[in-house]
Structures are given as C-alpha cells and as structure tokens.
Design a protein around this ligand. Structure first.
Ligand code: NHW
Ligand code: EN5
Length: 397
C-alpha cells in the first residue's frame, strides 16, 4: 500500500475501484467520455498557507536566471538525481538545459520550488511545474508538467517527497490548474501507460568501457564498432538545421501529426518555438522543406549527459534523446538515420529513444537495443483510458 498516494486523486487499480466512481458527475455528463477530473475543485477551497516543513527547513523558490541559484539547483541534481538500476550512471542535466526546461512561455518562478536549510541556505529538495495544455483522448485540459523532483541523498525516506508534491500541488491549484502529467522510472499509482527505453550505440568502444553496453557474444569489438557506424552525410534531400523561418510550418506539421495519438501536448506556436529551435548543447532540430519552403520532415533530439558514477577515467556519457519526429516525404527510418549522423557530429556517445509514437518503425532496423529501464507515464487528477506506448505522443525531458 501507499500511505501517500492512497490519499491522492490518481487512478486506482481498476480492480479496486470502479471507474465511474472516479469520474465526478459534473465533469462526465457524456457517458461515452473516458476522460475527466477525478476530483473537482475550485481555487477558493485551496488552502492558503504553505505546508509545514520539518524543523530547520524552509521553502524557497529558485530563480534560474540568477547564476548562484541555478548553480544550487544544478549541484543538487548533479549529485542526487535519477540513477540507473545499478547506480552506474546519474543524469547530469546541464545548467543551460535546466534553464530551458523550466522557463517555457508562461512559466512561474513560484513553481520552481525548493527546500533549504534555514541556517545555511543549502538546498535539500526541489520540484518544478511548468504549464502545458494536454489533449487526452481528444479532450483538451490545462495541466502542468512536473519534473526534477529530487531529495538530497542524506534526507531520503523521511517523507519529504510527499510534502514537496503537496506544496507544488497547492501552488499549481492556486493558479487555477488541477491536473498534471509526469513520467518516472518507478511504478506508482496513477500510471496510464509504460514505455521502454532503447539505445543506439554511437561510440561503441567507450560505451563498453564504461559498462553501458557489452560486446555481443557472437561479435568482436572490431565487428561491433563497424556495425554501429553511422552515415556522416544525411541522405534526405535538403536536410538542414531548423531555423526561425520554419517554426510556423513545422508547428503545423507536428500538431497535424500528434492528433493521431491519445495523449499529446497542445503546443502553441510560441511553446513549440521554445522547445524545438536549436539551442547549443541543449536541443537540436532538423527539417527538410519543399521548394516553396513548406516543412515536410522534422526530427529532433535533446542533450542529456549522464555522469559515470564510479568510472576512473570517463566522467560522462553524452546521450542524445529522441524528441519529436515527423516524416511525410521520406521513410521515418531514413530521417532518423540522418538524425543519428547529426547526433554523432554533435559529439554524442549514444542515441536513446522510447518506443512511443511510431518509433517502433525504426528501432530494430537502425540497431537500437532494448535498455534495462522503463518509463511510466502518469496523470494526476485526470482520468484516462490506459494507453499503449505507440499511442503516446508526448516526450518529457
Ligand atoms: S521522476 C524522477 C524522480 N526523482 C528521482 O528519482 C531522483 C532520485 N530520488 C529522489 O530524489 C520525474 C527521491 O528518492 C525521491 C523520493 C524524491 C524520488 N514520484 O520522501 P520519501 C519527476 O520529477 C513516493 C512520485 O520518504 P524519498 C516526476 C513513494 O511512493 N512519488 O521518499 C515527479 C512514497 O509514497 P507512498 C514518488 O525516496 C512526480 C513517498 O514518495 C516518487 O526520500 C511527482 C516516499 O517519500 C516519484 N518519482 O524521496 C508527483 N518516488 O504513497 C507529481 C517515490 O508509496 C504529482 N515516491 O508511501 C502531481 C503534482 C502536481 C499536481 C497539480 C494539479
Ligand atoms: C523524468 N522526465 O534506467 C525522467 N536508464 O534503459 C526520469 N540503461 O540507460 C525517469 N544498469 O540499458 C528516468 N544499456 C528513468 C530512467 C532512469 C535511467 C535508466 C536506462 C534506460 C539505461 C542502459 C545502461 C544500463 C547500465 C546498467 C542500458 C544497455 C544497452 C544495450 C544496447 C544494445 C543492446 C543491448 C543493450
């Protein structure tokens, strides 16, 4: 059982709880609707005072445009954030990445929440929320995306995470938003679907050295290195880095594509511009257009290195993560092979992708292998039918 999650408005196991009971009559008038609030609330009934913290700690917000505060957030995450199952690698989101990730159009500093020691000011916990409208089974809902929940290793298992979650919920509720979306490697109540991580080696030898992958039994290092070569030059005609002049067309291309999924973000042009325009060492995107400039193909990846926790010589693995891709005039496989070449040119050691959207169409043929990690997708206070990975049109950072 879950002492905290059992008190929260998230989908219960269908066996435990009747779906109809979770859908408040006020939201679901149409019997055929499969999606709606689990608990209806108004801003007026939300508590006005912050939740209490254990003695010696206080709430603060992080202004990531202030170098000192950005450093504090960076350091907490760099030392205490997500690791793989064997504690060999730990995500090392860069400072520029963090700024980009938490400051999309409409962000609120108040939702970059942290816990610090009263005396020293040292950070012990963080959680962030950014606004994002989502489409769930055809219904548009104002939500926030939750990310970067982290408690310092020295303060683990003391129930600080539920306090962070309750306080960010309260602050989000005060902005008139009552639902959220998030992903996690761990299984918790409220999951709507589960995706798998796949990995494509780019610097095969290094990945073996750090223990990220191994030489298959039937191969030598030399043959494995050869098999993992990627083309230096893109094959897709007119393939180039995306620019401002492509934004409106690429936005339309992506949104027209995303309608075919059961869960996806309702991106405005400004949000799309923020998330997709190339940013050095943060996000790369590429397009190809017809003669008149119509964007026909789009691919993108973000940069998320991991520190090698124990390795004596290699400090990091540089990983590109597949982001949003749409192919209309070439096979998706070809577009993604070109994308792999760009990731290599950008100095990446590995290209990671989830089996969401149509990624299954290229994973096998482009030599991706299944990783040992899962990614569970969650909704808070929004009922949704379960979704298969290929029905998910959302990639969170
Ligand atoms: S997932 C990455 C989460 N971060 C990490 O894994 C970093 C390394 N780990 C830690 O820092 C991406 C700690 O282990 C954390 C837990 C802080 C994870 N999500 O304080 P206690 C995100 O950021 C539950 C949600 O003693 P701890 C998404 C756990 O089940 N809940 O544990 C974040 C238990 O509850 P239960 C999680 O190890 C989404 C309780 O926490 C969780 O010291 C957040 C134990 O607390 C997780 N990843 O700290 C939800 N991991 O009921 C947002 C554990 O089982 C919800 N727990 O007893 C929406 C809010 C906004 C709504 C707006 C309308
Ligand atoms: C919230 N926005 O476990 C995100 N990564 O597979 C937070 N494994 O890198 C949620 N264990 O399989 C994050 N190599 C959840 C993921 C947490 C990190 C994580 C996994 C994903 C990962 C690697 C390294 C494993 C090291 C030992 C992995 C094998 C790849 C190889 C490719 C070729 C065919 C054989 C397998």
């Amino acid at each position: 059982s879950h002492k905290f999650w059992d008190t929260q408005p998230v989908a219960r196991d269908a066996l435990q709880d009747d779906i109809s009971k979770q859908l408040e009559a006020a939201t679901i008038k149409d019997e055929k609707k499969t999606t709606g609030y689990i608990k209806e609330q108004t801003v007026e009934e939300i508590r006005k005072e912050p939740y209490p913290l254990p003695a010696g700690f206080e709430w603060c917000v992080l202004d990531v445009n202030n170098e000192e505060q950005l450093d504090m957030m960076y350091n907490l995450l760099n030392r205490n954030y997500v690791e793989d199952d064997d504690n060999m690698f730990r995500f090392d989101y860069s400072r520029d990445f963090l700024k980009w990730a938490v400051c999309p159009p409409g962000y609120k500093v108040d939702l970059h929440l942290a816990v610090r020691a009263q005396k020293t000011g040292k950070l012990f916990g963080v959680i962030t929320a950014i606004p994002q409208a989502m489409i769930v089974d055809g219904v548009k809902v104002e939500m926030v995306e939750i990310n970067f929940l982290c408690v310092h290793k020295k303060l683990r298992s003391k129930r600080l995470a539920p306090v962070l979650i309750k306080e960010i919920t309260r602050r989000v509720n005060l902005t008139g938003v009552f639902s959220a979306v998030y992903t996690a490697g761990v299984v918790l109540p409220g999951s709507i679907g589960c995706a798998r991580y796949y990995h494509r080696s780019i610097q095969f030898k290094k990945l073996v050295e750090v223990g990220f992958t191994r030489v298959p039994n039937n191969q030598t290092m030399a043959t494995a290195v050869k098999l993992n070569r990627v083309p230096a030059q893109p094959i897709t005609k007119g393939f180039r880095a995306m620019e401002e002049r492509d934004v409106v067309g690429a936005h339309k291309l992506l949104m027209d594509y995303l309608v075919s999924f059961k869960v996806y973000p309702a991106l405005t042009v400004d949000e799309f511009r923020h998330w997709i325009l190339p940013k050095d060492k943060v996000v790369n995107s590429y397009v190809s257009t017809s003669a008149d400039g119509t964007v026909e193909n789009l691919c993108s990846f973000y940069h998320l290195p991991s520190s090698c926790v124990k390795h004596p010589t290699h400090s990091h693995i540089y990983a590109a993560y597949s982001y949003y891709n749409v192919a209309t005039t070439v096979p998706l496989k070809q577009l993604m092979n070109d994308c792999l070449g760009q990731a290599k040119a950008e100095g990446q050691d590995v290209f990671n992708a989830l089996n969401v959207m149509e990624n299954d169409k290229f994973l096998h043929d482009l030599r991706f292998g299944m990783g040992d990690g899962n990614l569970n997708y969650y909704l808070y206070n929004w009922h949704s039918p379960d979704v298969q990975p290929e029905e998910i049109g959302l990639v969170l950072l």
